[in-house]
Design a protein around this ligand. Structure first.
Ligand SMILES: [Fe+2]
Ligand SMILES: [Fe+2]
Length: 139
């Protein structure tokens, strides 16, 4: 399992969204770290819960922007957010199981970065076209 490093490909150009994404990557890397160090289930679940909590808040913020600026792809984007949270929840370790490691390879490849470079970049392109600030001051 590898950490994700921020680079230009992940950038959407929207200051608030990029700042949130950097924070989510930071939290994701903490999950990778505890998983790689084979920390106990409670610790793994706690850091994963922190990532999920921040991801939910970020997704809700993006969804408010979509509603406010009548984003035409809103339904599909929100459905992706819901699926991402469900997928992340699946990585929580069952306290009663014998598994002690988190299978995060899939999560690293698709869960975080794929959504950023596809759906979120489409959203920010739309916002840049319809509102001069890109909605960046609406937090
Ligand atoms: Fe999104
Ligand atoms: Fe996002």
């Amino acid at each position: 399992m590898k950490e994700i490093f921020w680079d230009g490909r992940l950038e959407t150009g929207h200051a608030v969204i990029d700042a949130d994404h950097k924070n989510l990557i930071h939290l994701y890397n903490q999950v990778v770290s505890v998983a790689n160090h084979q920390a106990g289930k409670l610790v793994c679940n706690n850091v994963l819960d922190r990532l999920i909590e921040h991801a939910k808040a970020h997704f809700e913020w993006e969804e408010r922007l979509m509603i406010e600026y009548a984003y035409p792809e809103k339904e599909q984007h929100i459905a992706q957010h819901e699926a991402l949270i469900r997928q992340a929840m699946n990585y929580r370790l069952d306290p009663g199981s014998s598994d002690s490691r988190m299978p995060l390879v899939e999560l690293s490849e698709h869960w975080l970065t794929h959504h950023m470079v596809t759906a979120d970049q489409q959203l920010t392109s739309y916002l840049a076209a319809v509102v001069p600030s890109g909605g960046a001051t609406d937090t």
